[in-house]
Design a protein around this ligand. Structure first.
Ligand code: GFB
Length: 312
């Protein structure tokens, strides 16, 4: 990938897409192109075909997806499988047909079997049953990976696939019904501090383990791979650090400055017990995450204060 390439970032309004746009612009890319839903609904193949015919990107980053936390995934299975299959099919096929030379597809660590050996190596894909709460989203993402691999084999299209671990950072979704745990707990601890509440309710038992990556690290890894990686094998993107949800809640409480207690709502699902991904393939290529969890959470909390807190 060259700074003169026209790079289409699909999903530029989302947390990951917007971080990739920032990263490309900071790296001197002068022809980064985007299209909001008002310009092209990515679930509509006619609209996507027209968009890519006009845009003629050299490189496509597919960061557009219907995403959400554990409850949203569990509550809207049809939306998650349909929207994601449509978006990725339209964009991958359209990118190839309109002459893009490279595409990066963002998957998710939930594509791996629920009981996969830890840390989860890329080769665990399709070796066992999925976590039920997010199987619909996972199946769509697995189909996207297989589509990239098929286009690479049959058409020689340089489509690469990455699997980030759980992502957080500026631009996250803070709606408690659809957010992931990081945004949810920043919001809950902040509001409890402001309201003087005695405690904060955390879903599940607190025992699941998660690995979190700051979105700026993820964007950095994506541009690193666009520059230097071309292969059929998936690449995991993680930090190698995991925490239990209980440990994580204690860290968020401290970052936010909440001094009350934590209670657990065990009527809510825990989801996958553990999903530490094995990022040694990426490390072998020469990349490592640079943002520690507490620093990253401090930045995320500041973004929340500047952009979300106190706003309707
Ligand atoms: O981030 P999260 O929603 O998704 O939840 P997953 C992670 C863990 O945090 C679960 C717990 O064990 C939740 O029960 N948790 C505790 C909470 N309190 C809260 C809360 O207030 N809100 C939320 N949302 N969680 C998602 C998948 O799984 O991970 C997606 O559903 C995607 O498909 C994404 O793969 C990366 O880590 O469980």
């Amino acid at each position: 990938m060259q700074p003169t390439d026209r790079v289409f970032v699909a999903g530029h309004r989302g947390m990951v897409g917007s971080a990739i746009v920032r990263r490309l612009e900071n790296a001197g890319f002068s022809d980064v192109v985007v299209a909001g839903r008002d310009v092209a609904d990515l679930t509509d193949h006619v609209a996507v075909d027209r968009l890519l015919a006009e845009m003629q990107p050299n490189v496509v980053v597919l960061a557009a997806a219907k995403v959400g936390g554990i409850l949203a995934n569990d509550s809207y299975p049809a939306d998650f499988i349909r929207d994601n299959l449509q978006i990725q099919t339209n964009v991958i096929d359209g990118a190839w047909r309109h002459g893009a030379k490279k595409l990066l597809f963002l998957g998710s660590s939930c594509i791996y079997p629920r009981e996969a050996d830890q840390p989860i190596h890329e080769d665990s894909l399709l070796t066992g049953p999925l976590e039920p709460t997010n199987q619909w989203y996972a199946i769509a993402k697995i189909a996207g990976i297989k589509m990239c691999q098929a286009y690479r084999r049959q058409y020689g299209f340089d489509a690469i696939c990455v699997q980030p671990t759980n992502v957080y950072g500026p631009g996250d979704n803070y709606d408690l019904a659809s957010s992931h745990v990081v945004a949810a707990l920043i919001r809950k601890f902040h509001e409890a501090k402001i309201n003087g509440d005695a405690d904060v309710t955390v879903w599940g038992t607190g025992s699941p383990r998660r690995e979190f990556i700051h979105v700026d690290d993820l964007a950095n890894a994506c541009t690193f791979l666009l520059d230097g990686y071309s292969g059929e094998d998936n690449v995991n993107i993680g930090t190698g650090q995991e925490v239990t949800i209980a440990e994580f809640a204690a860290i968020v409480s401290q970052v936010v400055g909440f001094e009350g207690g934590i209670v657990y709502d065990t009527s809510k699902p825990d989801g996958t017990p553990r999903k530490l991904i094995d990022s040694s393939r990426l490390a072998g290529l020469g990349w490592a995450a640079g943002i520690g969890l507490e620093d990253g959470l401090g930045q995320a909390y500041q973004w929340f204060l500047d952009n979300v807190a106190g706003k309707a």
